[in-house]
Design a protein around this ligand. Structure first.
Ligand code: KIV
Length: 257
C-alpha cells in the first residue's frame, strides 16, 4: 500500500500524528513517532523571525526540505508551497515539480479552497499528491490571527471548501483554528482525513510545530501545549562545556590528537 493510501486508511481507525521538521537531525527523531512530517513554511517565523510566512521563498523551502529528507525514513514527507508560488496553474505545476524533484518529498501542501481549486486540480491531474489547508490560512492573514467558523458565512464556506478539495482529489486537509463543532462536522462528512491544529480532538489527526511543543520556540498560541522544556537540557550541556573549557578540563588527552 502506498504511504498516502496508508494515511487515508487510518481514518476512523487510528489518529494520524503529524509534526513539522526543518532539518535532518530533528527529522530523524520526529520520524520515529509520526505518520506525516511537514516541512512547514512556519519556518519563516520560527527560524528567521519573519513577520509573515509570505516572506518565505521557494529556495528556502527546498533547502530545508533537502535536509529533512536525509532524516526521514518512514513518514510521509509533505512540503509547504510558499506564498505566490502557486497563484496560476502553470506556476503551481512548475514549482511543485521542482519541489518534488529536488527534495524527493511525497506531497505538497497548498493553502486555500475554492480560490485555488484550479491549481489543485491541475497538480493532481499531473500526478502531484496534494494536501489541503483550510481555516486560518497564515499566507492570507494580514492582521491578527483569528479562529474560523464563527458565523454562518464562514461555516458555509469552510464546509463547501472541504467538500470541493475532497472531490478534486486532495488526500488530507489541515484544519487550522477551526471552531470545534465545524471541525467535527467536516471530519464526519469527509472520506479523507482531517489534520487539526487548534481545531479540537474530533479531527482525524493532529499537527504541531515541533519547536513549539519542545519549548525551543517560545510562543503563547492557544493551541500550543509545551510537552517539554528542551531549553533546560540545552543549557545544561552548554554550561558544562563552557565551564570545562574555562577550567581546562576539556579537552583532555582523550579528546586530543
Ligand atoms: O507551516 C506550518 O508549519 C503549517 C502547520 C502548522 C499546519 O502549515
Amino acid at each position: 500500500m502506498s504511504k498516502i493510501k496508508k494515511i487515508i486508511s487510518k481514518k476512523n481507525k487510528s489518529k494520524i500524528v503529524c509534526l513539522t521538521a526543518y532539518s535532518k537531525n530533528i527529522a530523524e527523531e520526529v520520524d520515529k513517532y509520526v505518520d506525516i512530517i511537514l516541512v512547514g513554511d512556519s519556518l519563516g517565523s520560527v527560524l528567521y523571525n519573519y513577520s509573515t510566512t509570505r516572506k518565505v521563498t521557494l529556495t528556502e523551502m527546498i533547502n530545508h526540505s533537502k535536509s529533512v529528507r536525509l532524516g526521514v525514513k518512514n513518514s510521509l514527507m509533505v512540503v509547504d508551497m510558499p506564498y505566490k508560488t502557486y497563484d496560476t496553474t502553470t506556476k503551481a505545476l512548475k514549482n511543485a515539480k521542482k519541489v518534488l524533484k529536488e527534495t524527493k518529498c511525497d506531497a505538497v501542501k497548498l493553502e486555500g479552497g475554492r480560490k485555488i481549486i484550479k491549481q489543485i486540480k491541475f497538480l493532481i491531474k499531473n500526478k502531484i499528491p496534494v494536501m489541503g489547508h483550510l481555516g486560518l490560512l497564515p499566507q492570507s492573514v494580514k492582521g491578527k490571527f483569528k479562529s474560523k467558523g464563527k458565523n454562518d458565512k464562514e461555516i458555509k464556506q469552510l464546509i463547501n471548501d472541504a467538500h470541493l478539495l475532497e472531490k478534486n482529489g486532495v488526500f488530507a486537509i489541515v484544519l487550522e483554528c477551526v471552531k470545534t463543532p465545524i471541525a467535527k462536522k467536516i471530519t464526519q462528512n469527509l472520506n479523507i482525513p482531517t489534520i487539526g491544529i487548534g481545531s479540537s480532538v474530533h479531527c482525524d489527526g493532529q499537527v504541531l510545530v515541533t519547536d513549539d511543543l519542545l519549548g525551543l520556540n517560545q510562543t503563547k498560541i492557544k493551541f500550543v501545549k509545551r510537552f517539554l522544556n528542551i531549553k533546560k537540557y540545552i543549557n545544561l550541556g552548554l554550561k558544562k562545556y563552557a565551564s570545562e573549557v574555562r577550567s581546562k578540563k576539556y579537552p583532555s588527552k582523550k579528546h586530543s590528537y
